[in-house]
Design a protein around this ligand. Structure first.
Ligand SMILES: [Zn+2]
Length: 328
């Protein structure tokens, strides 16, 4: 639960614009909040929804205590609809359902708000459906689309939204904040490279699974360097059993990518940027094994593997191809 004044310390520009539009009663029909994880997309859309419905707000600041505010926080407000991906994507049926709901007048007021999380995951059909919906705005509807990748959103949809670009957080500051919370400096560095959400960061820090994941990633690199013939065996016996679902696997690949980035940083002499500060010896070994060009190529292969996972390619197959590519 955040207030506008708290959010203003993270996203001063966006908050100023939104608060102004609320004060002047000039809220747009549609917003597109774009920004990476932890930049406050969800917190801002919650605040907007509350500011629209709260009867007791002070200027634009919702009271946070009334029935409307509380129901918005708990996701139970009858006139605030959330759409989240159903599995890997947001489907046409979900938008159709929303549209149908909206043909009824508001249950308790005439206002209606809908929020689409991970809007870049809309299928082409869902996007086209939403576009039609945006083209015929009813006066009291506010749409908020949340995305970390606005390039994947149809230009025709983007052009109908007021685009609010949220600033990436300063990772150095975030790292300091984690250290102040008691996270070791090497962990704070690694975790701030993966997220800028404090709750998620603290969870990762105390997560045994993550500590093990980090070890396995370093081990995989060592196997690739010293015993490439055994890398398949390692993938089958160590890697796959630990990274069980796609989300875990994405995290493992993120860690692997950070390792290869560190090799590149080593080459270009950008030591301050190195993430695995506690593994300097192993990083030096890696840098002796892989050229800068090879490390850069490996990074590309890792990104490609991440994309394939998103496209539902079988995880074991993705890992198999990746290790083969990196070895070459
Ligand atoms: Zn309220």
């Amino acid at each position: 639960m955040k207030t506008w004044s708290e959010m203003a310390s993270i996203q001063p520009l966006a908050v100023k614009m939104l608060v102004n539009s609320l004060k002047k009663d000039r809220v747009s029909h549609a917003y597109l909040f774009q920004g990476s994880r932890g930049t406050g997309k969800k917190a801002i859309s919650l605040l907007m929804a509350k500011a629209i419905f709260c009867q007791y707000k002070n200027d634009a600041e919702p009271c946070q205590n009334c029935k409307d505010c509380q129901r918005i926080d708990s996701g139970n407000h009858p006139d605030v609809h959330w759409i989240i991906p159903d599995g890997q994507s947001i489907k046409k049926e979900q938008i159709l359902h929303l549209q149908k709901e909206f043909t009824y007048t508001g249950l308790e007021s005439n206002e209606k708000v809908y929020i689409i999380e991970d809007a870049e995951k809309m299928t082409a059909n869902a996007s086209n459906r939403l576009l039609k919906f945006l083209e015929e705005p009813s006066r009291q509807t506010t749409a908020m689309l949340l995305t970390s990748n606005s390039q994947s959103i149809l230009q025709t949809i983007r052009s109908r939204c007021q685009i609010m670009a949220l600033k990436p957080l300063n990772t150095g500051l975030f790292q300091e904040r984690l250290e102040a919370e008691g996270v070791s400096s090497s962990n704070a560095r690694l975790i701030s490279a993966l997220t800028n959400n404090i709750t998620e960061a603290m969870e990762i820090n105390s997560d045994e699974w993550f500590a093990m994941a980090r070890r396995i990633v370093v081990q995989l690199v060592e196997v690739l360097q010293t015993n490439p013939d055994e890398s398949m065996l390692f993938i089958n016996n160590q890697w796959m059993p630990h990274f069980k679902d796609r989300e875990q696997l994405q995290r493992g690949l993120d860690l692997l990518a950070l390792w290869f980035k560190d090799i590149v940083y080593n080459y270009v002499g950008n030591e301050e940027a190195i993430i695995f500060i506690n593994e300097q010896d192993k990083l030096t070994e890696s840098s002796m094994h892989w050229s800068k060009q090879h490390a850069t190529k490996a990074l590309r292969y890792i990104l490609e593997a991440k994309r394939k996972l998103e496209q539902n390619v079988h995880p074991a197959l993705v890992m198999e191809q990746l290790t083969l590519h990196i070895q070459r």
